[in-house]
Design a protein around this ligand. Structure first.
Ligand SMILES: [Mg+2]
Length: 260
């Protein structure tokens, strides 16, 4: 399997793999697992799962999957196990830390759930995913105009409430009582490690921009697919991810890269 990314990207990946400590972070849906009509149908390929697990076992390498999915859902779907680190709810839940809600947060969460459920009730094809710290409203299967109207109503309604943090995605609006984003997740992973790792981040969605923004000049961000991005590099689609991971594996673990 040959990675056909640009020469510039291959050069940067090779440099990242030569750093003393490597933190490989990736989004899940649309990056590791192809987007499916329903989140339940999205699956991580066996090839990528094996490469991620092997890399996570390598010396001075950490691998973290950072997703908007609730942590339990990410664990169930990806079937990835330690030492692969899993971070859910855009960084608000991780497999290595836990958080408790205050009474104010709990009542705010209940109000948010009830209000959003009522707003979505009349929109065919929309559905509300309950998450530990909020809700995600999915409109992928709704009529496009009704979907846009619902997303706008959420943006001008609950998204403006004090203590509610909105994260728009592709055909989804995430409303959370946690201000954590994927950039915070990376900063947390860096500080948990207690080293200064070089970060490689892979992501396809607007929520991944928070991660790309915290990357430094020696880190590498790879935007998957189309859309504006502040990532330093881009690949055409998630179909290239297994080959990219194989390239990183060859550089870092096998210590060799195909010359093509
Ligand atoms: Mg994604």
């Amino acid at each position: 399997m040959t990675f056909t990314g640009s020469a510039a990207l291959r050069e940067r990946l090779t440099a990242v793999c030569a750093s003393p400590y490597l933190l490989l972070c990736s989004d899940y849906d649309g990056t590791l697992a192809p987007i499916a009509a329903s989140p339940d149908a999205a699956r991580l390929g066996a090839e990528s799962a094996t490469l991620l697990t092997t890399l996570a076992h390598a010396t001075n390498v950490r691998v973290a999957i950072i997703s908007g999915r609730p942590l339990h859902d990410l664990q169930r779907h990806s079937r990835l196990e330690p030492p692969v680190l899993l971070v859910g709810s855009h960084g608000a839940e991780s497999s290595h830390t836990a958080a408790a809600l205050t009474a104010t947060q709990q009542s705010g969460l209940t109000r948010l759930r009830e209000h959003v459920a009522a707003m979505c009730a009349g929109v065919t094809g929309s559905w509300v995913e309950d998450k530990p710290l909020g809700v995600a409203v999915h409109v992928r299967q709704a009529d496009p105009r009704a979907a846009d109207a619902l997303l706008a109503a959420l943006q001008h309604g609950p998204a403006t409430w004090p203590g509610v943090y909105a994260t728009p995605g592709k055909a989804v609006m995430d409303l959370s009582i946690s201000a954590r984003n994927k950039g915070h997740a990376i900063e947390q992973l860096r500080s948990d490690w207690g080293t200064e790792p070089t970060v490689l981040y892979l992501g396809d969605d607007v929520t991944d921009e928070a991660a790309f923004r915290v990357l430094g000049p020696t880190d590498v961000g790879v935007k998957v697919g189309t859309g504006d991005s502040c990532a330093s590099h881009r690949i055409a689609s998630d179909a290239e991810i297994p080959a990219l991971l194989a390239f990183v594996h060859a550089c870092r673990v096998a210590g060799s890269v195909e010359s093509r």
